[in-house]
Design a protein around this ligand. Structure first.
Ligand code: HEC
Length: 138
């Protein structure tokens, strides 16, 4: 093989790897921020908003709360995997990591049936909207 041919072969191989990489990225199917907001926060039936009612029930149905908070943690976990539509990327990485972390705490507290910790993490998630929207929502 001439050197030129070898370079072509290497370039083709690199291109192939990149295509595979892109395929794997789409396979994971990270939902868009809009989809995540729809699931978590938009309207009274969304997961984070409707959790309020689940926590007012006496006695609390922990199965319902645990299923819901698992979903919340799953979707909040997709936030750092998105690009912000505007604003500083480093700041986005920090704020979404914190958001996902709070959701994880919420799910863990639900698993432990720790109502005080659940209420605290839930409150933090409910209050997180304005700060993030101010910087990142177009
Ligand atoms: C960590 C950042 C972050 C937090 C926290 C956050 N949002 Fe958002 N939200 C966004 C961004 C960014 C958009 C814009 C998405 C776009 O237009 O692509 C958005 C969009 C929305 C939309 C519009 C969705 C649509 O269909 O167009 C609603 C409604 C919304 N957020 C509600 C909320 C509420 C309510 C809360 C708090 C309980 C909240 N969000 C917390 C980042 C956040």
């Amino acid at each position: 093989m001439t050197r030129k041919l070898r370079n072509v072969a290497a370039a083709l191989a690199a291109g192939f790897v990149m295509v595979i990489g892109a395929g794997a990225a789409t396979l994971e199917e990270v939902p868009s921020i809009k989809e995540i907001m729809g699931k978590l926060n938009k309207g009274p039936d969304s997961l984070v908003q409707s959790l309020k009612k689940d926590l007012e029930v006496d006695p609390i149905d922990w199965n319902v709360v645990q299923d819901k908070t698992d979903e919340i943690a799953k979707y909040a976990g997709y936030m750092p995997k998105n690009e912000p539509p505007q604003g500083d990327k480093e700041s986005w990485a920090a704020i979404t990591k914190k958001y996902a972390g709070t959701a994880k705490k919420l799910a863990k507290a639900a698993k432990e049936k720790d109502l005080e910790a659940v209420t605290k993490a839930h409150g933090t998630m409910l209050k997180a909207c304005a700060k993030c929207h101010m910087e990142f929502k177009p």
